[in-house]
Write a protein that binds this ligand. Structure first.
Ligand code: JHZ
Length: 419
């Protein structure tokens, strides 16, 4: 198959330029995970792109084998984090952590890159900080702006960073969650952070943790939006290349395992307690698990295949007994899982999701209809595949009635199991 024009093969490491790239996992050709299909377009083929990850043997960055033009992925966006109380609580904790570590005072400027609907910046506003968001999704940036979170509708990079600096002055804190992993030029992104950060300012970044992804078979975290998969080893090198010092790191439980790291540009911030002992411990844990020498990655592909076999067998067995299957959470990762496992509307009747932007559409690839959670009450299935397995506690609590009525949840990773 020929590559669509909006896609290019990655032949040199996106962080260090090395050609020593080794394939880890090939998930086949897949549609874009957040490109839900309108029913009127159901008859048309959607664009598909190769999906796989590879490992740089020089700087250890795990990255996609093919990257898709970001304007295709992020200019209009359907994902908003504010649908989850787990995420809202996480934002409160993150804001407290940043305020404490950066010693933020009321009126200090906090810039968030990839600010989405402004959920995190609102937590800083409640603490008295001035805020500015930067986000490329026109639909969501406008919504955040209208709701009182000033938002610049742009793709972030060094040029936009200079614009922010001119408009607002240096930031005492720059925050990005689930964004650095999404950009094809992570060094340029981090240089931009360095441009707007005050000399005593703090940069806080969160990205899905490669360590946890590998440990828990979370291969569905791989989709075209996620260009990089970070270990602390790779992040240290990346920060250094962009002129930032990575001083501390702390694992967080959200999104199936997240790595929060803290960086700064100069000695002033380093001297103010940005350092933490956790760096050495986390690096040792990565070495021990085989992430640093790559041995942990070689088994990952076989483990993903095993999950695929077990999950499809389980769904087939349930269907063979005449029981009905639906899913919960029209997640981006869910679309990787369904696509890789070849599950369609023939096996999974519908996907329930709270986000009204997704309801009424069809999941990319599988074409399973997205419905409101009310559908579950009206037509309760026997088994509910949890595509938002990262929010299992919250969702299972909400859907306690489903379990009480004899329904079973199917968790796909680390091993498919009915609970
Ligand atoms: P959730 C997104 O991935 C996309 P996704 C993105 N690229 C990224 O990096 C990761 O996040 C981190 C729904 N829901 O958070 C809402 C309910 O319906 O796992 C969402 O559609 N009812 C930015 O898409 C989905 O589930 C509920 O009660 O994999 C959750 O999506 C709750 C709690 C959620 O992210």
């Amino acid at each position: 198959m020929t590559l669509p024009p909006a896609c290019r093969a990655v032949r040199r490491c996106l962080a260090c330029g090395s050609a020593a790239l080794q394939l880890i996992l090939d998930l086949g050709w897949q549609p874009l995970a957040n490109r839900f299909v309108h029913p009127r377009d159901a008859g048309q083929n959607e664009p598909i792109f190769p999906l796989g990850i590879q490992h740089c043997r020089d700087c250890l960055l795990v990255q996609l084998t093919h990257v898709v033009d970001p304007s295709l992925l992020f200019t209009t966006y359907v994902y908003v984090p504010s649908t989850s109380t787990t995420w809202l609580a996480h934002c409160e904790e993150l804001a407290d952590d940043v305020v404490g570590r950066a010693r933020l005072r009321p009126g200090d400027l906090v810039v968030e890159v990839g600010s989405n609907d402004g959920t995190l910046l609102r937590a800083f506003q409640r603490r008295g900080q001035r805020v500015l968001g930067v986000d490329p999704a026109a639909n969501i940036a406008a919504q955040a702006d209208a709701a009182g979170v000033p938002t610049l509708n742009r793709f972030f990079g060094e040029a936009v960073a200079r614009e922010v600096l001119e408009r607002c002055g240096p930031a005492r804190a720059v925050v990005s969650t689930n964004v650095l992993a999404h950009v094809p030029d992570p060094v340029g992104f981090l240089r931009g952070v360095g441009v707007i950060l005050a000399s005593d300012g703090l940069y806080v970044n969160e990205s899905p943790s490669l360590h946890e992804m590998v440990r828990h078979n979370e291969f569905d975290t791989i989709y075209h939006e996620h260009v990089s998969y970070f270990s602390l080893h790779a992040l240290l090198g990346l920060f250094g290349r962009a002129g930032l010092h990575l001083r501390a790191a702390t694992p967080r439980p959200v999104h199936g395992g997240t790595l929060r790291v803290f960086g700064c540009t100069g000695k002033e911030a380093a001297a103010r307690g940005v350092r933490a002992p956790a760096l050495a411990d986390l690096l040792a844990a990565e070495r021990q698990s085989g992430l640093a020498d790559g041995t942990a990655l070689s088994a990952f592909s076989a483990r993903a295949e095993r999950v695929r076999e077990q999950l499809t067998r389980l769904v087939q067995a349930v269907r063979a007994e005449g029981r009905r299957v639906a899913a919960y959470g029209a997640t981006a990762k869910g679309n990787t899982l369904l696509g890789y496992c070849g599950l369609t509307a023939a096996q999974v009747e519908a996907i329930a999701d709270r986000n009204p932007r997704k309801q009424g559409l069809l999941a990319p690839g599988s074409r399973i209809p997205i419905v409101s959670p009310d559908w579950l009450r009206a037509r309760p299935p026997d088994v509910l595949l949890l595509l938002a397995w990262n929010l299992a506690d919250e969702i299972r609590q909400q859907l306690a009635w489903f379990g009480d009525a004899g329904g079973q949840f199917l968790l796909p990773v680390p091993e498919p199991r009915l609970v």
